[in-house]
Design a protein around this ligand. Structure first.
Ligand code: ASN
Length: 353
């Protein structure tokens, strides 16, 4: 654990734990190797001297293995949630520095793994490495820290939920998606308003931020079941593709990415494949390929059949939230498919409306 020497480090009433997991954020150019390599986070104060002026104390925990987030797997989410569980009482807030590629999946998974979270868990990262002159790492990191440390009039955390801060916007974690790989505005949350906007001041969109509630005890769930698949429909998808996917051994759930408001082909072979799958106890969750709007199963003939085939409507869930929610519910409820189907339609952490 690294303790940074900030203005308040001696006896601050407020403490933030930073968990550094890797990603582009911490890369610097190694002239000898002629490639980007992870930098030593102990040198973060040299890179961002402004951190020393922050009026709360910051500790940094660096994961043993730094990951490009494309290499993240559910076990990494469990590890991060375990770390937060172990340090929950000791710190007031948490900032996770993470690669952007799968940040929305991690944020979604964490939101489900935390039961009654009442402290800020803010994920952030960068499109350009901290070693680059035009890096976005500095602004993203400092503002994420400020948001994590922000308190309301009653000294309660301003954002007691899992969120992503990136390029001036704070988004609910399980509503965000990576939408941009070149520009700095990497994330959007089409179906839910931003939680805060950072300009000269940080303006919080209070009605949309989860309300603080200290009456229920915080806990961390420890199981995810990754026997799931995301299947994106496309014109021309064949019976053999569908059959091979649905006959994967051990498969328990499928997030079906359908068209528009949740529409899919009406060809008899297609509907039969779905019906056989639900009869076998597979959970099929219908989400849209559109980034905005919602699934309205039954609005068109092309989605009415899906109701009859037993698909669960995913409303306005993102695919990232859908697949992690499915892993979470399968992990919690095992073979109780009625319970899983019921919970999929409920908002557990503000992931759907
Ligand atoms: N590949 C990187 C990652 O997700 C991308 C980034 O962080 N900008 O780890």
């Amino acid at each position: 654990m690294i303790k940074l020497d900030t203005a308040a480090s001696a006896s601050s009433p407020l403490s933030v734990l930073v968990i550094y997991t890797g990603g582009t954020f911490g890369m610097v150019y190694d002239r000898r190797l002629e490639t980007l390599v992870p930098f030593n986070f102990e040198q973060i104060l040299e890179r961002i001297p402004e951190l020393a002026r922050l009026r709360f104390s910051i500790s940094v925990l660096v994961l043993d293995e730094l990951l490009d987030s494309s290499n993240m797997v559910p076990n990494n989410w469990l590890e991060i949630s375990r770390i937060i569980g172990e340090h929950y009482e000791q710190y007031d807030s948490f900032v996770i520095v993470h690669g952007t590629d799968t940040m929305a999946y991690t944020a979604s998974a964490l939101s489900f793994l935390f039961e009654n979270l009442n402290k800020p868990v803010i994920l952030t990262g960068a499109q350009l490495p901290i070693g680059a002159a035009r890096t976005d790492a500095v602004e993203n990191f400092i503002t994420a820290l400020e948001i994590a440390a922000a308190r309301d009039e009653q000294q309660r955390p301003m954002v007691p939920e899992v969120a992503i801060y990136f390029h001036s916007y704070l988004l609910r974690g399980n509503r965000a998606r990576k939408q941009e790989s070149s520009q700095f505005n990497a994330f959007q949350s089409e179906n839910y308003p931003y939680l805060a906007e950072a300009g000269v001041t940080i303006d919080y969109n209070r009605p949309y931020i989860r309300a603080y509630d200290s009456t229920k005890p915080f806990s961390v769930h420890e199981t995810l079941d990754a026997n799931v698949v995301i299947l994106k429909l496309f014109p021309g998808i064949s019976p053999s593709v569908m059959n091979s996917i649905f006959s994967i051994e051990g498969l328990k759930g499928v997030v079906l990415e359908t068209y528009g408001a949740g529409n899919a082909p009406t060809a008899p072979w297609f509907l039969e494949t779905l019906e056989k799958a639900t009869d076998r106890g597979l959970i099929l969750l219908n989400v849209s390929q559109c980034t905005g709007g919602r699934v309205l199963q039954g609005r068109y003939q092309t989605s009415k059949y899906l109701n009859e085939m037993g698909l669960v409507s995913g409303a306005d869930l993102t695919s990232e939230a859908a697949v992690t929610k499915l892993m979470f519910l399968l992990g919690q409820y095992g073979n109780d498919s009625a319970m899983i189907r019921q919970k999929l339609t409920e908002s557990l952490r503000g992931e759907l409306s």
